[in-house]
Design a binder for this molecule. Sequence first.
Ligand code: MG
Length: 246
Amino acid sequence: MIRSKDELDKMRRAGRVVAEMLEETRAAIRPGVTTRELNDVAAEVIERRGARSNFLNYHGFPAVICTSPNDMIVHGIPGEYVLREGDIISVDAGAIVEGYHGDAAYTAAVGTVSPLAARLIEVTERSLWAGIDQLVAGSRLHEVGRAVQKVAEAAGFSVVREYVGHAIGTEMHETPQVPNYWPGTPGPTLKSGMVYAVEPMVNVGRYETVALDDGWSVVTADGQLSAHFEHTIAVTDDGPEVFTRP
Ligand code: MG
């Protein structure tokens, strides 16, 4: 869908709220902090900005962010989990301003992490930016996934197949989807005014996933580490514009 100037401006404002959620939760990450405390930090940003949460009550989700440590890929529920030195923690945040959505995520190191964990975080973030670089009018959407996959696999890692990025606007998850791999068929042609959430989930080991009994948390099937980075980005005449950049 092509968004008007007015709609893009609302999405820009939603993106700024999400960027603050990323910034402030990141600043709160250290050993001894619970994932519930990170959620409280994010909820305070939403409240202060007069925004609404798109995560809270989404199919019954009980929090304003997802917190997914270590081998958890996405959709972890904030709670009593205490961050420990050496953990990695993925934080996924979203907000609504005047009916328009923003959505973004990052993975952070808790204190000092293993060289492998540090490399996973670096490669996953780099794969996101490689994907973002493809959001150029006249190109095709599948180039995003192709670029993400190339970066992740060149590092010896794998890209999750079962969860993907998405168009975003008046709903958090709109069509089309944005796979982080070559999907086998070409995607739509990109036009100025389209907005996408690009969100590579990269695993150290195999890409298979397992959903836990809480109905939300998704972990790697092989128990190895996973990282997740995401931004909400518009295709513009001047190239990709990242709405959720802190
Ligand atoms: Mg998303």
